[in-house]
Write a protein that binds this ligand. Structure first.
Ligand code: HEM
Length: 479
């Protein structure tokens, strides 16, 4: 039994009645919380509305808290929007830690996201990328200004939709809009998540919107699943590549390798949503931040293009098998993740009371934990005074992998048992798209804009995308 004086909560700013510290978050909470952490420390307590929250802002603090307490911090906070839109947390990305989550996650890692499955979609990625290169060739010939944000977002969207749902149904069913709106609602600030007694009043109308959106999304997914079922029943699906729906439907009806996951149609739809939500914005915003950083740093662009020319030559497309030989590309992508994480925070929740060794801090069960990836990547104690400078070479002599196994200051895919299950898929997609776009084209900013003028501001949501679309002018480089 611990005495109260030993149960010390980590330091943090004084909280107001009802709203607690909510007023301190501002429009870009990762930045506001970074500033506050400089004052209160890299393990900081906040009260967001009525929710006790811990903000973690250094690799050292991540190690201290999560290395030995992985299971204690392995849950996720619920949110009204994602609860409504994912059929009461029927997927696994936001479900609470426990047997249900474990079962769903195992299903996905084994049957959807395994190395061999990821590899099996290589042709699809190549085909979609080839199409984009062709249309950019036309733009290059005409010296057009290209809306790179639109091009990259569409490309990743098509890759993801074809892999997850099969044929590209976005136009026909309004899938794109439904997903975009769903992701927006899942990332929006909702007072009801922090002041639960106000939830019933739905002051911001988010509950109503989420319910409406959940119905729209469900209708679209139902239509696409029914088409798959009809094709399976009439045996007309033969000859086309199995997508995630086919795999999930087969798991719904059979046990495979003695494992029966016990999933129903609702699980299938929730998993599909998780796969789309997990892969789409994360990959496209990473590619766009990388391209923006290259345009801002012509030296880095040149070095990367030189590596591509040396390894690939100038006469063919990049193959996925080439990727392991592109070490500068890898460092450049690491540097992109350091400065522009796919989401500003990793959200977790504690599953029991715990004492933090070394500090004597006491953290209660149900505490929300926000790991501020954005602040961790810019910590001058780790990344030195030039932490804000984009310099891939800083990874040269560090054997930091992407998984944060040893280095807790670089964890772009999170860590431990709750870490990202789509890492391989995400990395391959980001790498092949970037490698091909830089190998095929020279990129310049539109006339009159110098590298230092390029706007690098971000906006906050479920992910952390560029605030403004990236515009650039391609000219042919190879082939
Ligand atoms: C550039 C690409 C990506 C990045 C940077 C990224 C990053 C992350 C991060 C930081 C987390 C939280 C991990 C934690 O709590 O420790 C996460 C979780 C997750 N990611 Fe990714 N991700 C990417 C791509 C993908 C892809 C392609 C998929 C699936 C198709 C995916 C599916 C998921 C899922 C389902 C979770 C929740 C896992 C759980 O709660 O058990 N991600 N991702």
């Amino acid at each position: 039994i611990k005495h109260d004086h030993q149960k010390q909560r980590p330091p943090g700013p004084p909280a107001w009645p009802v709203i607690g510290n909510l007023h301190l978050l501002g429009k870009l909470p990762h930045r506001s919380l970074q500033t506050l952490s400089n004052k209160y420390g890299s393990i900081m307590s906040l009260r967001l509305g009525q929710v006790h929250t811990l903000v973690i802002s250094s690799g050292e603090a991540v190690e201290l808290l999560l290395k030995t307490n992985d299971t204690v911090f392995a849950s996720r906070p619920k949110s009204q929007a994602s609860d409504i839109m994912s059929y009461g947390s029927k997927g696994f990305a936001i479900s609470e830690y426990g047997p249900y989550w474990r079962n769903m996650r195992k299903l996905c890692t084994l049957h959807l996201l395994s190395a061999s499955k990821v590899e099996s979609f290589e042709g699809l990625r190549r085909e979609e990328l080839g199409r984009v290169v062709e249309s950019l060739e036309r733009a290059a010939a005409a010296r057009e200004i290209v809306d790179v944000t639109r091009v990259v977002t569409n490309l990743i969207e098509r890759i993801v939709y074809r892999m997850v749902l099969g044929a590209d149904k976005d136009e026909e069913y309004g899938l794109k809009e439904a997903i975009h709106e769903g992701l927006r609602l899942a990332g929006v600030f909702n007072l009801a998540d922090f002041v639960p007694c106000l939830a019933r009043l739905d002051l911001q109308g988010h509950k109503r919107n989420s319910k409406k959106q959940s119905k729209v999304l469900d209708d679209v997914l139902e239509k696409i699943i029914k088409e798959h079922e009809e094709a399976i029943n009439s045996n007309t699906q033969k000859g086309r590549q199995e997508d995630f729906i086919d795999i999930l439907l087969s798991l719904m009806h059979h046990s495979i390798d003695g494992q029966d996951y016990g999933i129903d149609r609702t699980n299938v739809k929730a998993i599909l949503q998780d796969m789309i939500a997990g892969s789409f914005e994360t990959s496209s915003s990473t590619v766009l931040w990388a391209l923006s950083s290259l345009l801002r740093n012509p030296r880095v662009m040149k070095t990367l293009q030189h590596e591509l020319d040396t390894v690939i030559g100038t006469k063919r497309m990049v193959d996925e098998i080439d990727l392991s030989k592109l070490s500068y590309l890898e460092m450049m992508i690491k540097e992109t993740f350091r400065l522009y994480p796919a989401g500003a925070f990793i959200p977790r929740e504690s599953t029991k009371d715990v004492m933090v060794d070394g500090y004597g801090y006491y953290i209660k069960k149900g505490t929300r934990v926000l790991i501020n990836l954005w602040a961790i990547g810019r910590d001058p104690k780790v990344w030195s005074d030039d932490a804000e400078t984009f310099c891939p070479e800083r990874f040269k002599d560090k054997d930091m992998d992407f998984r944060g196994l040893e280095y807790f200051e670089f964890i772009p895919f999170g860590l431990g048992r709750r870490g990202c299950p789509g890492m391989n898929l995400g990395l391959i997609t980001v790498k092949i798209v970037l490698a091909q776009l830089i190998h095929s084209f020279n990129w310049e900013l539109p006339l009159g804009l110098s590298p230092n003028d390029l706007d690098m501001s971000e906006c906050f949501g479920l992910s952390l995308p560029r605030a403004k679309n990236l515009l650039a002018v391609p000219t042919s480089h190879t082939i």
